[in-house]
Design a protein around this ligand. Structure first.
Ligand code: ZN
Ligand code: FE
Length: 253
């Protein structure tokens, strides 16, 4: 029986777009450029119906207009970004759903990296597409939102079932792992670094990760853990303050 397929499409330097197909129908999430998408669509004889964007940055929407024109595809994104996402047709908000051939993509608002940032949760496939909110072992920079907003957003993703696969917007895992090691060196992180180095040597993605893997290794998921707090301050600080300190340590790493 046919099932939904999730294909990872490397774009630009270190971006990932995702083409999701069911039989000959397809949608793309965050096409930073159109060419790699067109190549895949043509090679597999797919019909590109939808373009989903997690946020308005160029390295996530750069291919929108080309693809929309070529395939007559509809562009879907956050209502908050109705003036910033090129070609946007369908505006979605928290908990609203987009249905693709019976598969439900639920919108989770995750402000912080940008104010209109959303994630798409495909519960039936245990997958979430997080754009630049969460990376493997990291999170996005705070370009528009506050650390409180970003911490709350991370907690929303962290609360999904542990076996949920996280598909993020960039291949930043190795750098994030080295940063993590610089803060807290242990066997777990050493093992992860070796694993990611092996994958990258063969040009393979380190994505997807999972909620449980991130709970284990991602410092930004652990800002409410007292041991992690104590690495950043001698005083009693809140989780949100800890998150902000981890973020600024990473910014200057
Ligand atoms: Zn971004
Ligand atoms: Fe990005």
């Amino acid at each position: 029986m046919n099932d939904l397929e999730i294909n990872i499409i490397p774009c630009l330097n270190d971006n990932y777009a995702y083409i999701i197909s069911f039989e000959n129908q397809a949608l793309v999430i965050d096409p930073s450029e159109s060419l790699p998408i067109i190549k895949f669509i043509e090679k597999n004889n797919l019909n590109l119906k939808y373009i989903l964007n997690t946020h308005h940055h160029f390295d996530h929407v750069g291919g929108n207009l080309d693809l929309k024109k070529k395939y007559n595809a509809s562009v879907i994104g956050s209502k908050k970004d109705k003036n910033r996402i090129p070609g946007i047709d369908l505006l979605l908000s928290e908990n609203e759903e987009f249905i693709f051939d019976g598969y439900i993509f639920k919108v989770i608002e995750v402000p912080g990296h940008t104010l209109g940032h959303i994630a798409f949760y495909l519960e039936s496939k245990k997958a979430v597409f997080t754009g630049d909110t969460i990376f493997s072992l990291g999170c996005g920079k705070l370009f528009e939102g506050t650390s409180k907003q970003m911490w709350d957003s991370i907690c929303k993703i962290r609360a999904l079932p542990r076996d949920t696969q996280i598909y993020c917007g960039h291949e930043y895992t190795l750098n994030n792992a080295l940063f993590t090691q610089s803060i807290k060196n242990d066997n777990k992180i050493e093992k992860k670094i070796k694993e990611v180095e092996g994958l990258r040597k063969n040009n393979l993605p380190s994505i997807p990760t999972t909620v449980s893997e991130e709970i284990k290794l991602n410092l930004f998921f652990q800002a409410d853990n007292n041991k992690i707090k104590s690495l950043f301050s001698n005083n009693k600080i809140t989780s949100e303050e800890t998150f902000a300190l981890i973020r600024s340590a990473k910014d200057s790493y």
